[in-house]
Design a protein around this ligand. Structure first.
Ligand SMILES: [Zn+2]
Length: 130
């Protein structure tokens, strides 16, 4: 989301009355609780301490990815990375489903059942296991 949209929302919030602000607060809390992937990304951003390519601690902020994730550029190897680089969530299109997938795998549910529940192909379910 562009910051312009966020700025507009923040501006609109100022005009809400108390009751509507409480309703908004409840909706925001609900969204935060359901956005497990967003939570994981935010937590990872807090602990980025080195370049995942060369392990140098010397890096600078370098814009954001298309998904709004902070991107960094290493001063040592000049490569760019984000908090998900070299994790299973990097470049994964179905990130939200992947976390549910992992949870079901821990519960010992079969790949076939997981694929059906998450509406992903058996091939994807098989690929993710690796
Ligand atoms: Zn580096």
């Amino acid at each position: 989301m562009k910051n312009i949209a966020l700025d507009s929302i923040l501006q609109l919030i100022l005009s809400l009355n108390y009751v509507d602000t409480k309703r908004l607060n409840s909706s925001v809390k609900q969204k935060l609780d359901s956005d497990i992937v967003g939570k994981v990304i935010a937590e990872r951003e807090d602990i980025v301490s080195e370049c995942p390519h060369c392990h140098s601690p010397e890096f600078v902020k370098h814009g954001v990815t298309a998904k709004g994730i902070q991107r960094y550029r290493c001063k040592e190897c000049k490569k760019t990375f984000c908090s998900l680089t070299k994790t299973p969530l990097y470049k994964m299109r179905k990130q939200d489903k992947w976390l549910s997938y992992v949870s079901m795998m821990w519960d010992g549910i079969t790949l076939r059942k997981i694929a059906k529940t998450l509406n992903i192909s058996l091939r994807t379910a098989f690929f993710w296991r690796h």
